[in-house]
Design a protein around this ligand. Structure first.
Ligand code: IMJ
Length: 256
C-alpha cells in the first residue's frame, strides 16, 4: 500500500471482468489510496462488475453506454453530486464490429467505420470534455491504445485507424486542457488476453511472438499496466502530457 493517489477520485471506464486492463489499473490505483468510480456498459456487464467491486469500500458504480450522450451526462452529474471533484479518468473502451476485424481493411463499411470511431475515439473526447468541468483541482486523463495505430497489425484494420485518431486526440486534448492543470496521456499496451482479444484469430501466436522477440522475453501483465497507470495518474508524471508510452516489454523498439 502506497499513498500516491490518496484521497483522489478516479473514474475508471471499461471494466468488464477480472482480466480487463481497466481492472488491473483499478487495483493498482486502489492500492495507492484512490477512491474509485466505475462505469459498465449495460445489463449484461452489470452483475460481473458489481461483484468485482463488492470487495472494495467506498466505490461508486454507474451504467454508461458511451454511444449515448445522456448516459455520459448522467454519470458526470452523479459524480459531481456525490464527489464534487474528479482527479483522474481512465478511458479503456474500444469497439469495432467483429466482421471488420476479420475481413480485409478496404472492405470496411461506412457504418462499421463510424461505429469504431464513435465508440473508440469520440467517446474519449466526450468524456474528456465532461471531466474537465469536474477536474477543478487539476487532473490526469488516461486512455489505452495499441501499436496497430502506427504499424500494420494484420486484422487490426479499422481499429488501427481509430487508435491513430485516438492518439491524435490525446495530443489535442493535452494542448487544450493543459492550462487547467489537466494532463492527458496514453498507454500503448502490448497484447493482453482480455475479452477484446477473444475471437481474434492467431492471438496465442501473437503472444508467443512477443515472448520470443521482446527485449524482456515475456508478455506484459496487468501489474505492468497498473504501475504505468499509477505513474501517469499521479504527480510522479507531473511534467508529462500529450504522450503515448509503450508498456509492451520493449517489443516496439525492435527491427529485424
Ligand atoms: C484486435 C484485432 C486484431 C488484432 C489484434 C487485436 N491484436 C491485438 C488486439 C494483435 C493485441 C486487441 N486490441 C489491441 C484491441 O484494441 C481490440 C479491440 C477490439 C476487439 C474486439 C473483439 C470483439 C468484437 N469487437 C472488438 N472491437 C475491438 O466484436
Amino acid at each position: 500500500m502506497g499513498e500516491l493517489l490518496k484521497g483522489e477520485n478516479i473514474l475508471i471506464m471499461g471494466v468488464r471482468n477480472k482480466w480487463s486492463i481497466a481492472w488491473g489499473i483499478a487495483l493498482a490505483a486502489k492500492a495507492e489510496g484512490a477512491n474509485l468510480i466505475f462505469t459498465y456498459l449495460g445489463e449484461r456487464e452489470k452483475e460481473a462488475v458489481e461483484k468485482l467491486v463488492s470487495g472494495m469500500d467506498g466505490v461508486a458504480v454507474y451504467q454508461c453506454d458511451v454511444s449515448k450522450e445522456e448516459d455520459i451526462d448522467n454519470v458526470f452529474n452523479e459524480i459531481k453530486n456525490r464527489f464534487g471533484v474528479l482527479h483522474g479518468l481512465v478511458h479503456a473502451i474500444a469497439y469495432a464490429r467483429a466482421e471488420d476485424l476479420q475481413d480485409t481493411f478496404v472492405n470496411t463499411s461506412k457504418e462499421g467505420f463510424q461505429l469504431a470511431m464513435d465508440i473508440s475515439v469520440y467517446s474519449f473526447i466526450a468524456v474528456a470534455r465532461r471531466a474537465k468541468e469536474l477536474m477543478t483541482e487539476g487532473g490526469s486523463i488516461l486512455t489505452l491504445t495499441y501499436r496497430g495505430s502506427a504499424k500494420v497489425s494484420p486484422g487490426y484494420n479499422v481499429m488501427g485507424v481509430a487508435k491513430a485518431a485516438l492518439e491524435a486526440s490525446i495530443r489535442y486534448a493535452a494542448y487544450e486542457l493543459g492550462g487547467s492543470g489537466i494532463r492527458v496521456n496514453g498507454i500503448s499496451a502490448g497484447p493482453v488476453k482480455t475479452m477484446s482479444a477473444k475471437g481474434i484469430k492467431n492471438f496465442s501466436d501473437i503472444l508467443a511472438i512477443v515472448e520470443e522477440k521482446a527485449p524482456l522475453k515475456r508478455n506484459i501483465t496487468l501489474d505492468d499496466l497498473g504501475g504505468a497507470a499509477v505513474f501517469l495518474l499521479s504527480s510522479l508524471s507531473s511534467g508529462m502530457t500529450g504522450e503515448v508510452i509503450y508498456i509492451d516489454a520493449g517489443y516496439n523498439i525492435m527491427g529485424v
